[in-house]
Design a protein around this ligand. Structure first.
Ligand SMILES: [Zn+2]
Length: 160
């Protein structure tokens, strides 16, 4: 059992988020601390719950995997290295644990209006290919490596 996190109903962040579950720190976490592994089934297709870890690699989390409830923030407090989730910053007990969906998906299955409140909030979260070049570069510390490579090859700019 994972003792670093707990799943519960997240506070509403907008009309689309009412009653949605979220992942919360069960205790204080230190920067760099390992939080969990995104296990699941590999698929070639994207779903609302899947997370992308490669050009054709979508991982559908298991029904009981708490990480399936990770919500988005434009300045997230965690990041995935491969499928290992680690804290980017110190996270206080009871704080919500977030990731940046724009760092995984070129195109989201279900775009939504973000209300994370970050200074650099992108507004509509639609996927990495909708980021400006500056937003893309600002995410180099947490963007999936294959998405950085796509950007360097000029393959992300179709919709800018
Ligand atoms: Zn935001």
């Amino acid at each position: 059992m994972n003792t670093t996190i707990a799943v519960r109903i997240a506070p509403s962040r907008g009309p689309d988020a009412n009653g949605e579950k979220g992942v919360f720190a069960a205790r204080d976490l230190i920067t760099g601390e390992h939080i969990g592994t995104f296990a699941g089934t590999e698929s070639a297709t994207r779903t609302r719950m899947s997370l992308q870890f490669g050009p054709e690699q979508h991982i559908e989390p298991g029904e009981t995997d708490p990480l399936r409830y990770l919500n988005h923030a434009c300045e997230p407090n965690t990041v995935f290295h491969n499928r290992e989730l680690t804290a980017r910053v110190a996270i206080a007990a009871d704080a919500e644990i977030t990731i940046d969906y724009n760092c995984h998906e070129p195109e989201l299955a279900s775009p939504f209006a973000c209300r994370c409140g970050a200074d650099e909030c992108v507004g509509m979260v639609r996927g990495a290919r909708h980021l400006t070049e500056a937003q893309h570069r600002a995410r180099y510390g947490r963007l999936q490596a294959w998405l950085i490579e796509k950007g360097e090859r000029g393959e992300m700019g179709e919709t800018r």
